[in-house]
Design a protein around this ligand. Structure first.
Ligand SMILES: Nc1nc2c(ncn2[C@@H]2O[C@H](COP(=O)(O)OP(=O)(O)OP(=O)(O)O)[C@@H](O)[C@H]2O)c(=O)[nH]1
Ligand SMILES: Nc1nc2c(ncn2[C@@H]2O[C@H](COP(=O)(O)OP(=O)(O)OP(=O)(O)O)[C@@H](O)[C@H]2O)c(=O)[nH]1
Ligand SMILES: [Mg+2]
Ligand SMILES: [Mg+2]
Lengths: 293, 276
């Protein structure tokens, strides 16, 4: 009846009562569209909203807000909890040299990020770092890492374009032990997760190096395939962390939630520019706000 | 066991999931599903919903399926633009391969004077394809490199000049201004240049690709798009939204990292792939 409708509206405006499936329906619809627009994976959006709705229904509504507003806050808090879980620091607590392996799709920012992490470790933690170029395919990829290393004063293993990536990894580890390096950062070629030969290569490299960190480098603009891509990488090499690059752009970054949903790997760093000092620690609050929009 | 003989809510949701999962985005999916709902009464099988959607999408994409034409004026100047890591430099190499196979004399301009080993990367593509590469020392003004390359191509009787630029994000005001300057300077070097300004878009991108097309397009007039990395599992559905909103021709699809991995864009093939 009309009076029932008005009663509901009045109650809604007064912020009294509990969250129910009905009074959050509009908010759920709006948030779903916002998350899809932010590039969160379709299945991940569904799961996320089901989970949050189930948790939210029955909760008391704070006096000064509408059920819809309250529900948005529950979503925000849940997203922060999800993205904030896990170890966000690099795990270097192993007998040196600690090995960090970079992995990801073509052009995501691995080479640049390898240099950034190297600089971060050298300048903030006083670590002795060896950068290892293991991308023998992309023209001038080895030059790129060598040049970056040069500008930040970090040693770069002398890979040659004709070398085999596994031989490079092996020789670099020997040099790292002989040269008493604390950390070895291995840059790899970009690859798609359905390229069987390349996925086998990175699985082999990983097995040889026994890295303490395997970082999935993901472009903040990545769309729906973030789920399939990261899932496969995780199954093949075991991701210990994620770096979200190009966050200085205006992409909402929904891929972060997608990747977390299927790998559980915590975001360790965020790339915020092209220079080697443009690397930030991860703030779940900030990205949650950006994804929710 | 049975063909869907009634258009159920489940079927509609399944279709919606396919479209979203292909990165078509909220605006495009909403518009397409509205058409499905309107036609629902007349649709009698599950297949007919899929066919209706395929038809609508193919129709949209056919309006942007246009070939890249080499004009009479020489040299033809192409300016390649796009965000960081999209595939500009590699695509230039592929275009060089194609143009040289067609008998053209090609010059590449190393307009990315910023990123480590960008010039070396383009030079390698020059060696690989037989295109000449014009470059300056690191940190040189990109507009100056572009200007010099065109002048040198005119003097040398080259047919095609392709200008590589540094990757840039569309919200970086100073970088978009730099792009405007390069575009302007090309026009000063040669009347009518650049004949093509091509936006390179990574098929892995989600909805940000639409804002790239919009905002790069506000800085310089975009004449065409090349979508890269379609050999991965990403469908590149943002192209549908871009076609609807901006109607920019899509010239090629990049399908790998080698010089021959470039195919003319096909609305048909692209639409088929969306639903496979
Ligand atoms: N604006 C911005 N650009 C970035 C960021 N990280 C990397 N880039 C740029 O993105 C582009 C690609 O970076 P690369 O480091 O070459 O990427 P990659 O993953 O090593 O590429 P492949 O080896 O070809 O797979 C370069 O232009 C980088 O300068 C970032 O956080 N912000
Ligand atoms: N699989 C695949 N990889 C591609 C394709 N096009 C480019 N790449 C790869 O994507 C990565 C980046 O390509 P670049 O040509 O360096 O991209 P860019 O736009 O010039 O990058 P910046 O100059 O750093 O902005 C390289 O590893 C290329 O081999 C494609 O169609 N398929
Ligand atoms: Mg690289
Ligand atoms: Mg480039």
């Amino acid at each position: 009846t009309l009076s029932e409708k008005l009663e509901l509206t009045f109650r809604r405006l007064r912020g009294v009562g509990k969250l129910s499936e009905d009074n959050i329906q509009e908010a759920v619809r709006e948030i779903r569209l916002s998350l899809l627009d932010a590039d969160v994976n379709y299945g991940v959006v569904k799961q996320f909203l089901e989970k949050v709705s189930a948790r939210a229904v029955g909760a008391e509504v704070t006096r000064s807000v509408t059920p819809g507003q309250q529900f948005v806050k529950v979503c925000h808090d849940e997203m922060v909890a999800l993205l904030g879980a896990g170890a966000h620091e690099l795990n270097l607590a192993v007998r040196p040299p600690a090995v960090i392996l970079m992995a990801g799709l073509q052009g995501s920012g691995k080479t640049t990020t390898a240099a950034k992490i190297g600089r971060h470790l050298k300048e903030k933690l006083r670590k002795r770092v060896l950068l290892v170029p293991a991308d023998i395919y992309r023209p001038a990829a080895i030059d790129q890492l060598k040049k970056l290393g040069e500008t930040i004063g970090i040693d770069v293993f002398d890979s040659k374009p004709g070398d085999d990536p596994l031989r490079i990894a092996e020789a670099a580890m020997k040099q790292a032990r002989d040269g008493v390096y604390d950390v070895v950062i291995v840059d790899t070629a970009g690859r798609t997760q359905v390229d069987e030969a390349m996925m086998r290569e990175i699985a082999d490299i990983r097995r040889l190096l026994d890295p303490v960190e395997v970082l999935f480098v993901a472009d903040a603009m990545t769309g729906q395939e973030a789920v399939n891509v990261s899932k496969e990488f995780h199954e093949r090499v075991g991701l210990t962390g994620v770096v979200l690059t190009k966050m200085d752009g205006d992409a909402r970054g929904g891929a972060a939630l997608s990747i977390h949903a299927v790998t559980g790997a915590p975001v360790k760093f965020v790339g915020v520019g092209e220079k080697t000092d443009q690397l930030e620690l991860f703030h779940p609050e900030r990205i949650a706000g950006r994804i929710l929009g | 066991l049975f063909e869907a003989s009634v258009v159920t809510d489940e079927l509609v949701e399944k279709m919606e999931e396919i479209l979203y999962s292909a990165d078509l985005g909220v605006a495009t999916v909403t518009s397409l599903m509205d058409e499905v709902r309107k036609a629902r009464g007349a649709l009698t099988t599950g297949d007919s919903v899929r066919d209706l959607l395929k038809d609508q999408i193919a129709t949209i994409l056919r309006t942007v399926e246009k070939p890249l034409v080499v004009p009479a004026q020489r040299p033809m100047v192409l300016l390649m633009i796009g965000v960081n890591g999209a595939g500009k430099t590699t695509t230039i190499g592929k275009l060089a391969r194609r143009f040289i196979a067609d008998g053209h004399r090609v010059t590449l301009a190393a307009g990315d004077t910023f990123r480590a080993a960008a010039v070396e990367q383009l030079s390698a593509w020059g060696v690989r394809t037989g295109a000449e590469v014009i470059s300056e020392k690191e940190g040189a003004d990109p507009a100056a490199v572009a200007f010099n390359a065109v002048n040198s191509a005119v003097a040398g009787g080259r047919d095609i000049v392709i200008i590589d630029t540094a990757g840039r994000l569309q919200n970086r005001v100073n970088l978009m201004e730099e792009l405007r300057k390069v575009h302007r300077v090309l026009g000063k070097a040669l009347d009518g240049a650049p004949h093509e300004t091509i936006l390179v878009i990574d098929a892995n991108n989600g909805q940000n690709a639409v804002s790239q097309a919009r905002e790069f397009g506000e800085a310089v007039p975009i004449t065409g798009i090349i979508a890269t990395k379609l050999d991965g599992t990403a469908k590149g559905g943002a192209l549908v939204g871009i076609a609807r909103e901006l109607a920019i021709p899509v010239y090629f699809a990049g399908i790998g990292e080698a010089a021959d991995d470039l195919r003319p864009f096909s609305a048909e093939a692209f639409t088929e792939a969306l639903f496979s």
